[in-house]
Write a protein that binds this ligand. Structure first.
Ligand SMILES: [Zn+2]
Length: 306
């Protein structure tokens, strides 16, 4: 397979590489109806996906993520699309690949299934083998479509992340970036997953499962909380770190979640994120190519100084 995943990891030895920004935000702007399946657009609106990927590459992204965050069979089932799992994921990868410039990379996005492993007493509802099979099926289809590596992301419990990492590694052998989502507990001043895992504990478990890059994305702390989470992860691992926070702290306005950091305000948080050791930086919910352009300018400014 012509994957450039190994080359991507090799470049991180000496370089900071730039990930893309939000996909959902861009698709809603393009008219995706709330509550509908974003992955279906890989079939019905391919030109929109190519446009979003191209806009991020043009803004300075070295790496973009496929439109497959909810592409597991377990997640597609909610839309009655589970039998199209292979097709929708392969198309997601081909669309990103089709606009990827030379020297650019494509990561297969793999998000949570919306279920809990039954090892998770007493709330678990799905056998661990089903998670594994579901992640494996998605990973094989994304690899078939030509991804260079995987981004297992926005994970809220290590149990699910570990199954995803194992499934992806065993099915494809490609590099895996695994990113957890932390909530900021203001009363205690600490960042934890929704189920109470610390960044250090998470990093240790993800690395033991075979992740090549670990980090944090999304969450309700905004970019300001990222340095603390990365510093904690650093106590547990010497691995490459990734960070792609939301464009600010989510607020509800009516029935809509809004993110209010402008590209400039967002970029102002990145010197501290780079100081904390991030080697892959991007942005999550609420961000646009303009946010990535501003973040890329910060990263470039540092390289020039060096
Ligand atoms: Zn997000």
């Amino acid at each position: 397979m012509g994957s450039h995943g190994k080359e991507f990891l090799a470049r991180l030895q000496s370089d900071v590489l730039i990930l893309d920004g939000a996909m959902g935000t861009m698709l809603f702007q393009a008219g995706l109806a709330p509550g509908s399946c974003p992955e279906l657009w890989n079939d019905t609106r391919p030109e929109v996906l190519q446009g979003v990927h191209r806009a991020y590459f043009d803004a300075g992204s070295d790496l973009v993520e496929t439109n497959s965050f909810g592409g597991t069979r377990l997640k597609l089932k909610a839309f009655g699309l589970e039998e199209r799992c292979r097709e929708l994921n392969e198309k997601a990868a081909r669309l990103a690949r089709s606009v990827c410039p030379s020297g650019g990379y494509v990561a297969g996005s793999i998000g949570p299934t919306g279920h809990l492993p039954d090892t998770f007493e007493p709330l678990g509802d799905t056998p661990a083998e089903l998670f594994y099979e579901s992640f494996r099926e998605q990973a094989l289809a994304l690899a078939e479509g030509g991804v260079d590596l995987f981004a297992v992301e926005t994970m809220m419990i290590p149990d699910e992340a570990l199954l995803a990492i194992k499934a992806v590694k065993e099915a494809t052998g490609l590099p895996v970036l695994c990113s957890m989502t932390f909530q900021f507990n203001q009363a205690k001043g600490v960042d934890r997953t929704m189920w109470g895992t610390s960044p250090a504990d998470a990093a240790e478990q993800l690395m033991a499962a075979g992740a090549d890059i670990v980090g944090c994305n999304c969450g309700d702390g905004g970019p300001g909380r990222v340095p603390a989470s990365l510093a904690e992860m650093r106590t547990a691992t010497g691995a490459f770190l990734a960070a792609y926070p939301n464009a600010g702290i989510p607020k509800m306005v009516g029935d809509k979640t809004v993110y209010d950091l402008t590209p400039e305000a967002m970029a102002a948080a990145y010197p501290a994120i780079l100081d904390a050791g991030a080697r892959v930086v991007g942005a999550c919910c609420g961000s646009t190519p303009e946010h990535i352009r501003a973040i890329a300018a910060v990263v470039r400014g540092r390289k020039d100084r060096r």
